[in-house]
Write a protein that binds this ligand. Structure first.
Ligand code: BG6
Length: 484
């Protein structure tokens, strides 16, 4: 692996829930990759803390198996894995009792960064914060990392913020939205604010509309119980799609620093209009030959939770008044793809005559898979026969354009954990941002609950319910195809 990375400061990272699913799939294999890339200093230590009884060796075996299962073939390097595992240890800790806490406190070294990753349900955040404080680990330099879901609505998010604020300042709290750790999501800012080309056109005068699509092929899997209480609006729109919308719509911050960026994102969330019921389409996937339907997956035949949502959103500010944002996300769709399409207005007049029509440019930012940027432009069709116009893509796949450098793109979690150690909060959500996002989401959800809205069915492998297509058709627009 090519390494141009600078090691972060020495650290002790404690992962509460260190034997959980997220730790196994993402956090631990990700940390190993950072170790391989040279970003993790020799003095780094990772301590898993969880309720079950294990010793260090059992935990290391668990991590070895996780790397084997979730790491790519080229990172399966036995000596390196051994060297990484040497940095790992395990403590049995009871989040709601006293067991293990003094031992954990003793393990932490002086003069290194202390980070505590709460990879547990939000119901335990308060207990963990209280005990870290009680056992003297919540000092002014400590950092805590919290996973989503950050609340279920505005009231619970506020309560969580207040709970954490009892022992930690805002500058110590890292609320993860893993979409912000994705390479192309950060590239959104580079494209917008590193080029002069787009910014003058980046407003309602030139942009007809924006589409944000996050489509998945998977169903709710083994997470039915959690998912059915959330639905696509809480699980994806309130956080991930909202963050994408913020980065697309925000004003240029004065600096790329945490508060400057987050202040601008907050203004976007606060400028969102309430959503009209007619501008929301919710759906639930049906069954196919290989898979059960949504209702069977969540084991509740009367569930009205959505596994798909499409909505049309407006922003009331000078830049965006009149340009709708169409958002959609869902499970069991045709392809796994996430993209943002910025659809520019047609030129005001076609000098080539009415038969050639007027064609708008489209800028597509592909988040996954095959990260890249595509700009659709109009050119002359080659050859004789007069001025016939065609549209061609100026297509840039980051992998092709950047070669081997693009191969070593860290996964979202790896990057975000390293940012925690570096003390950089730019890619983490601030408490007021999360609350503002819930303040906009809550009435939308209450609205459909009060109306007794029933989600429409859709076929697995489709692009969602028919009505979602209509949401754009009736505005004379169409969604881009859901394809990988
Ligand atoms: C999570 C949601 O936050 O994001 C999941 O809870 C979803 O339901 C996942 O599948 C999607 O993330 P990614 O990185 O695979 O697009």
């Amino acid at each position: 692996m090519v390494s141009r990375v600078i090691p972060v400061d020495p650290f002790d990272l404690v992962i509460f829930g260190g034997t959980g699913d997220l730790a196994r799939r993402k956090i631990l294999p990700g940390l190993y990759r950072r170790f391989l890339s040279g970003q993790m200093p020799d003095e780094a230590r990772i301590i898993a803390a969880a309720r079950s009884e294990h010793d260090d060796q059992e935990f290391r075996d668990f991590v070895r198996a996780a790397i084997d299962e979730f790491g790519s073939p080229e990172i399966q390097i036995p000596d390196q894995i051994d060297a990484f595992l040497d940095r790992l240890s395990y403590v049995t800790v009871d989040a709601r009792g006293d067991q293990g806490w003094p031992e954990l406190a003793k393990k932490l070294r002086k003069k290194v960064v202390h980070a505590f990753y709460f990879s547990v349900g939000p119901g335990l955040f308060g207990d963990l914060a209280d005990r870290l404080h009680h056992y003297g680990m919540a000092d002014a330099d400590a950092r805590i990392v919290v996973e989503k879901p950050f609340g279920h609505d505005l009231a619970s998010a506020r309560e969580l913020n207040e709970t954490l604020a009892r022992h930690f300042d805002e500058g110590q709290i890292y609320r993860i939205d893993h979409y912000l750790g994705k390479e192309t999501v950060q590239n959104l800012m580079a494209v917008r604010f590193g080029n002069i080309l787009f910014e003058p056109l980046w407003n309602a005068q030139y942009i007809d509309h924006i589409q944000i699509t996050v489509a998945e092929t998977v169903g709710v899997g083994g997470r039915g119980a959690y998912y059915d209480k959330s639905g696509a609006m809480r699980d994806m729109v309130q956080n991930h799609l909202m963050q994408l919308l913020c980065l697309i719509a925000m004003e240029p911050p004065s600096h790329f620093d945490p508060d400057a960026v987050r202040d601008e994102k907050l203004k976007v969330i606060r400028a969102l209009d309430p959503v009209e019921p007619a501008e929301i389409v919710r759906g639930q996937y049906g069954a196919d030959e290989d898979h059960a339907d949504y209702l069977a997956d969540v084991e509740d035949r009367s569930s009205r939770t959505e596994s798909f949502i499409a909505l049309k959103v407006h922003l009331s500010n000078w830049r965006w008044k009149g340009t709708p944002f169409y958002l959609r996300t869902g499970k069991r769709l045709r392809a796994r793809t996430s993209e943002i399409a910025v659809v520019f207005k047609d030129p005001p007049h076609s000098i080539f005559g009415p038969q050639e029509g007027r064609r708008g440019n489209v800028l597509v930012i592909r988040l996954q898979p095959n990260e890249g940027i595509n700009l659709r432009v109009t050119i002359k069709e080659p050859g004789p026969g007069g001025m016939r116009l065609v549209e061609v893509p100026l297509d840039m796949s980051f992998k092709e354009a950047l070669g081997p450098d693009a191969e070593d793109i860290p996964d979202a979690y790896e990057r975000l954990i390293m940012d925690v150690i570096r003390g950089n909060q730019t890619l983490f959500m601030r408490g007021d941002e999360v609350e503002a996002a819930w303040a906009w989401t809550d009435p939308v959800i209450h609205g459909w609950e009060e109306r007794g809205d029933i989600p429409r069915g859709y076929d697995p492998g489709s692009s969602g319910p028919e009505d979602a297509l209509m949401l754009m058709h009736r505005d004379g627009r169409r969604w881009r195809e859901v394809k990988a």
